[in-house]
Design a protein around this ligand. Structure first.
Ligand SMILES: [Fe+2]
Length: 217
């Protein structure tokens, strides 16, 4: 083999994600924070990392203002997927509903790399309710699934790239549920609040993908 022979680099895939600004979000966010605060005695927590629970689950009857965000997400994702998609109304076997708040109340709080992949999740969303300056970017990441080769991370940026998404109050981000993502540390002294959720096919059928890896949240 001639070591100087030309070699072409090809790219296999790009992964789309989608953003839109929610109308009249300032008033909406005030209502969401009031509803979140008024329901604190009912909250259920999961995903303890360090000394912080990443997910705060609330019964939707206490958060009526979230429905408008879900309606918009359902409309957008149904257009993207060209079939009806829904944020499920029912709870799972543990009584948790298919949305949760992520409240980073302390400086340095992070959300580690994860995805929302299950047998039924197709798209996921994140809506930003309260975003102090420097409270942590959303990052779509290849730190995990596409970068392990015999345990060695390929740190060449072509293999290891991250995509930073600066959050802002009123921003809705929609992405395929299998995409790994994380949240950078909250470098502010104020709390950062987002509302996350999953969407599935409206006909109620699982996507019929096979996987044993279910990492929710
Ligand atoms: Fe997430």
């Amino acid at each position: 083999m001639n070591p100087s022979q030309p070699i072409k680099r090809h790219w296999a895939f790009a992964v789309p994600f989608f953003t839109t600004m929610v109308a009249e979000s300032a008033a909406l966010n005030q209502r969401l924070i009031a509803e979140l605060n008024a329901s604190r005695s009912t909250h259920v927590f999961s995903h303890l990392h360090g000394n912080r629970y990443e997910n705060t689950y609330v019964d939707p009857k206490f958060i009526p203002s979230a429905r408008g965000v879900f309606d918009l997400a359902e409309s957008v994702v149904s257009q993207i997927m060209k079939r009806p998609m829904v944020v499920p109304r029912e709870a799972d076997q543990l009584g948790r509903h298919w949305f949760w708040f992520n409240e980073t109340a302390m400086r340095g709080g992070v959300t580690k790399v994860h995805n929302h992949w299950t047998s039924w999740t197709v798209f996921s969303g994140c809506y930003y309710v309260k975003v102090p300056p420097n409270s942590g970017n959303l990052v779509f990441s290849r730190q995990r699934t596409q970068t392990m080769a015999d345990g060695v991370l390929l740190r060449d940026s072509d293999f290891f790239g991250d995509v930073e998404v600066p959050p802002s109050e009123g921003l809705l981000v929609l992405f395929p549920s299998w995409v790994d993502h994380l949240v950078r540390p909250n470098e502010s002294d104020d709390s950062r609040i987002s509302l996350a959720f999953n969407l599935r096919l409206a006909d109620g059928k699982d996507a019929n993908f096979t996987t044993s890896a279910v990492v929710n949240g």
